[in-house]
Design a protein around this ligand. Structure first.
Ligand code: ZN
Length: 189
């Protein structure tokens, strides 16, 4: 009986996470990887979601976005990337976690996925309108953890967290300090 209860609870947790991800327009492959649900069940969930909420949700298939340059493209994108990176750090996602590597649908993977959703939802409530999609946020976390192309750094002026290009050696200030400097007219451009 207890095993059945546990299975039921886990299945419920999977479906709840998948629903949350559908709401954020996550890709089918990301939902499958995190929840361990089959494509067929995800398809049915999409249908149920659309029936309940109208056809406003887009379903993304195929590969996840991987353009790292997007996060540094302009001041506003840099601000959003820095805000999201700050939340990743605050909520423990930048640290090594077994959940991130755990097979989809396990308790650890589901817990990690829920934490990611909570972090992304906090970003949306603090930094609207949204500039970084759910999938872009996944990609940002991935590159920040690998520190291959981007890494988190402290602003030399205000000590705030910012996202910098790993290959760039000059110490630029964070997007907030940069816009202040621009307003004072000390930085051109
Ligand atoms: Zn700064």
């Amino acid at each position: 009986m207890r095993i059945t209860d546990d299975r039921y609870a886990r299945d419920r947790q999977r479906l709840d996470l998948a629903f949350r991800m559908i709401h954020h327009e996550a890709r089918t492959c990301t939902i499958r990887t995190w929840t361990g649900l089959s494509d067929d069940r995800i398809r049915k969930l999409y249908r149920a979601y659309v029936a309940a909420h109208g056809a406003s949700v887009r379903r993304h298939r195929g590969k996840s976005p991987a353009q790292t340059a997007y996060f540094l493209k302009n001041l506003e994108n840099r601000r959003h990337a820095a805000g999201l990176a700050g939340l990743f750090s605050l909520l423990g996602l930048l640290q090594q976690s077994a959940g991130a590597e755990a097979p989809g649908g396990t308790r650890a993977a589901l817990g990690w996925g829920e934490l990611f959703c909570r972090t992304y939802e906090t970003y949306l409530s603090l930094h609207g309108p949204q500039r970084i999609s759910f999938e872009h946020a996944c990609h940002l976390l991935h590159v920040l953890k690998r520190r291959a192309e981007l890494r988190p750094d402290r602003c030399p002026s205000c000590r705030g967290l910012m996202v910098v290009d790993t290959l760039r050696s000059s110490r630029a200030v964070c997007p907030w300090c940069e816009s202040e400097a621009r307003e004072r007219g000390t930085v051109r451009g």
